[in-house]
Structures are given as structure tokens and as C-alpha cells.
Design a protein around this ligand. Sequence first.
Ligand code: SF4
Ligand code: SF4
Length: 212
Amino acid sequence: MLRGLVTTAKVMLRPAHTAEYPDVRPVLPPRSRGVIALVQENCTVCMLCARECPDWCIYIEAHKETLPPTTEGGRARQRNVLDRFAIDFSLCMYCGICVEVCPFDALHWSPEFEYAEFDLHDLLHEKERLGQWMPTVLPPQPPDPAAPEPKEIAQAAKAAARAARTATATAGRAATTGRAAGSRKAADAGRAAEAGKADAAGGTPGRRELPE
Ligand code: SF4
Ligand code: SF4
């Protein structure tokens, strides 16, 4: 018991680490997962985020719109128009899957975390409110210089090298064909000149004079 009292006394003398929020605002890492921001214009209604969300707290509604053909005789095209995009932050567990899977950079993490509500229903953020978080999103980090080269860049470099090799080979073949054609033409011209000389000297040996 005496040992317990000593431990209690020691702990009481230690300084407290509790931050008295909201009087003292916590200093969080700059890229903390505070709230999810949406760029409406980037969203193509592919539904990947809603399908992958483990909490099913993303609600998307859209309709199709027919666009007239851009060229004469072309086909009319259809595109999805976003009507509703909402995230229920009372269900969200901030796993970040939706931000990771979005192929069009429509979802971003904002470090803002001060959006507590007295009513749970008010934690359902519609697309207008999600869009208002965008100015608080930090710009993307520069690439890590020590990171391995992305495979897309390596593939593009290989494709460019292949295309350059093909172009060089084609140009070489064209030059060879052109030289051969030039030699043939020169030979033909030489033969024609020889024949002309022979005619001038008394006729070609093989040519017969037709009787009058
Ligand atoms: S962070 Fe996770 S739980 Fe929250 S909306 Fe995105 S996928 Fe769903
Ligand atoms: S994954 Fe991105 S583009 Fe697809 S519906 Fe979600 S926010 Fe829109």
C-alpha cells in the first residue's frame, strides 16, 4: 500500500500532458486526416469510392446527359452529371480508402478538424460543403528523389526508344532503296547513251533496216 502511495505521489508531481481543447488548440501534423474535400468538376461518377468505402457512408446520385455530336455525321455521346455527393462523417472512420481509390483526384484530405456539431445529422456533408474544404487542402508533396522511377515513366521511355529505333531503321531502308533506284536509273541512262552513240555510228547491230 505504501508503494502504491509513493507511485501516486510521483505521478501527481509530473507535469500534465493534457491539452485543454478548445482553449488550447492542438498542434497536429500538417497532413493530418481532418476532413475530406471534394472537387466536383473532377468527379466522373465512377462510383469507385462509394463501392470501396467500408462504412458505406458515401452517397452519390447522378443522371445521364446526352451531348450532341461534335463532328458532322458523328454519334451523340452520353456523360454522367453529378447531382448529389455526400459523406456522412458520423459514420466515416477516416481510413482514406476513398481518397486513395479515386482515379480522378476528386477527393483530398484537409487537415481541418473543427466541424463538430450538436446534432449528429449535421455531420452529413453535401457536395457544396465538401467543396468548401478545398482551400484548406495542402498542395501535393514533391516527389521523393530517392524513390524508384515509376513504372509508367520507364514504360514510356522504352516505347519512345522503340519508336526512335523503328524510325531510324525505316529511314535507313528508305535511303538504301533510294540509292539502289538511283544506281538503276544511272545504269539505264548509261545504256541509253551507249545506244545513241551506236545509232549515230551506223545503226544498232541488232536493228534491221526495213525495206522501202
Ligand atoms: S475515409 Fe474511409 S470510411 Fe470515410 S468515407 Fe472514405 S472510405 Fe469511407
Ligand atoms: S471515385 Fe472519384 S471520380 Fe469516382 S465517384 Fe468517387 S469521387 Fe467521383
